[in-house]
Write a protein that binds this ligand. Structure first.
Ligand code: PMP
Length: 323
């Protein structure tokens, strides 16, 4: 779907995936006006296809658009575009049990000009890719690396937006985490280099021995994850004591050592809920709980997955069936 200043959104087309032509002066190539979403379509236990909270992806997309001085897209148009691409060819849908479709809606500035100002022409596209069951049986614990040289987002920056530039900046610290033998990087805040923010592509939750849970607040420098929001809601439904609160690396290490902290887990669309077993950084490493998946992590993961798959009651109207 195209957008330009005079016409607004127009020219919606559904076509097989292939290369797209871009002018070498297209402003996205120079000033990085690009935003995207990551969402999934699931096959429900009864065989029908469904999206999970697509309204939330549309709203976050428009929040990102405003931050990058890009046009918003009406929520219905966003969801209809996703629906049409997903249902265009049901054969794409993975037949494996637990399979899903990963959906990538995105928008970029394609006006050809060399000058620093918001573009007057944009393109919105939706592509997708089959995704197998992320973890065959349950979720294995991951090991994470605390970046001390790099931060992901500064106050007033674009940390709360899902824009390509944020990920470009996280590639070096993520590669560093892998090179040191870990699965993901964890970022600290850019001001005090003290508070835990999030992983390269997931939000974090901390579970304590009294059953309480905390997750870093939406400070403007972390991505407001839709999985994070869903887990907050489910935990509150269960009557759990769950709070959005700052938590420091020092406290995390101390609490893991004393046993006050029993579990840590990460969450996001791709892997849903993943236990964190080990944390390493320049000051050494520590293990969380027994180093494997904890009870609360498994319980919340199970609750969310069964709603996404249509097995549990959808009390909040999160599952949107596609015909
Ligand atoms: N933080 C970052 C930086 C991410 O890229 C993602 C994945 N979109 C998340 C958190 C988790 O967000 P969600 O639950 O919406 O997938």
């Amino acid at each position: 779907i195209d957008w330009d200043e005079g016409t607004g959104w127009h020219n919606a087309t559904l076509c097989p995936r292939g290369p797209i032509a871009l002018d070498p002066a297209a402003s996205v190539l120079h000033y990085a006006q690009e935003i995207f979403e990551g969402m999934k379509a699931y096959r429900l236990d009864d065989g029908s296809m469904a999206l999970f909270r697509p309204d939330q992806n549309a709203q976050r997309f428009n929040d990102s658009a405003r931050r990058l001085a890009m046009p918003e897209i009406p929520e219905e148009l966003f969801i209809e575009a996703v629906r049409q691409v997903v249902t265009a060819d049901a054969d794409w849908f993975p037949q494996v049990e637990g399979g899903s479709l990963y959906i990538r809606p995105f928008m970029f500035a394609n006006e050809p000009f060399l000058g620093v100002r918001p573009a007057k022409q944009y393109k919105f596209l939706v592509i997708l890719s089959p995704a197998g069951n992320y973890f065959k049986s349950g979720a294995p614990a991951v090991s994470i690396w605390v970046s001390s040289d790099y931060t992901r987002a500064a106050p007033g920056g674009t940390g709360a937006a899902k824009c390509g530039g944020n990920y470009a900046a996280s590639l070096v610290p993520q590669a560093e985490a892998i090179a040191k033998g870990h699965d993901q990087v964890v970022f600290l805040d850019a001001v005090e280099r003290k508070w835990i923010e999030e992983l390269g592509g997931m939000n974090l939750f901390f579970v304590f021995d009294d059953g309480s849970i905390i997750t870093p607040p939406l400070s403007g420098t972390i991505l407001p994850g839709i999985t994070r929001n869903s887990l907050l809601t489910l935990a509150r439904d269960e009557g759990l004591n769950i709070r959005e609160e700052r938590y420091s690396l020092d406290q995390w290490r101390e609490d893991a050592g004393s046993g006050r902290l029993t579990e840590t887990f990460a969450c996001g669309t791709a892997a849903v809920v993943t236990p964190v077993g080990k944390v390493a950084g320049k000051d050494g490493e520590f293990t969380i709980g027994g180093g494997g998946p904890g009870q609360m992590t498994s319980k919340l993961r199970e609750r969310l997955v069964s709603i996404q798959r249509g097995g549990a009651a959808d009390r909040h109207g999160w599952v949107m069936r596609l015909g």
